[in-house]
Design a protein around this ligand. Sequence first.
Ligand code: FAD
Length: 176
Amino acid sequence: MGNTSVSDSAPRPSQKPPPGMVIGPDGKPCKICTAFRNWKPKASTASMATLATATDFHSDRGPDSRLAHCPPDVEQLGRATWTFLHTTAAYYPDHPTSRQRANMLNLLHSLPVLYPCSHCASHLGETLKINPPDVSGRVVLSHWLCERHNEVNERLGKDKFDCAKTDERWKDGPPD
Ligand code: FAD
């Protein structure tokens, strides 16, 4: 697509990214375009190395490789869906066009109709009626989504997530 791998780009020496890091269309390292398992982080980014190890679960290597080929259960589907939704919100424009807003609304309102876990979909449909999505910008959308996810967390007896950390979790990564 619009991204260039490290091997076929020539970043300036001062911008040389760690091996495996993909360069985005803006010429900068693009974390969201990079498979962490292919990325060899520098020692100074050891916290991201932990992530690289964690994603081995989804690879074809290691003792969990059989699990990687099983159909998803409600938890795996949920994790994947939250990942998609939070990441999409994190990269949503600050000032979306009317078309982008309409597409986001379509995406969110499609979930209660199409999401394969029917009881999850039904709960989501109810919450969308009570709390209509705010698609006016990236920050408010990310916060809105965090609150919806927290409603599910609460229902499942899990801890609430601190919505102030949404960007850290889904866009920027932990501070160095
Ligand atoms: P998840 O809840 O999947 O979260 C993944 C990661 O997101 C976490 O590790 C954390 O880092 C981050 N996170 C957690 N909370 C937030 C937040 N509020 N904001 C931002 N980031 C956060 N499962 C059921 O059993 N019953 C249901 O009714 C149900 N409804 C669901 C409805 C929807 C729309 C979706 C997408 C999923 C639903 N699930 C439901 C699945 C459930 O939410 C979890 O995905 C699943 O239980 C796995 O949980 P987890 O603890 O691995 O982390």
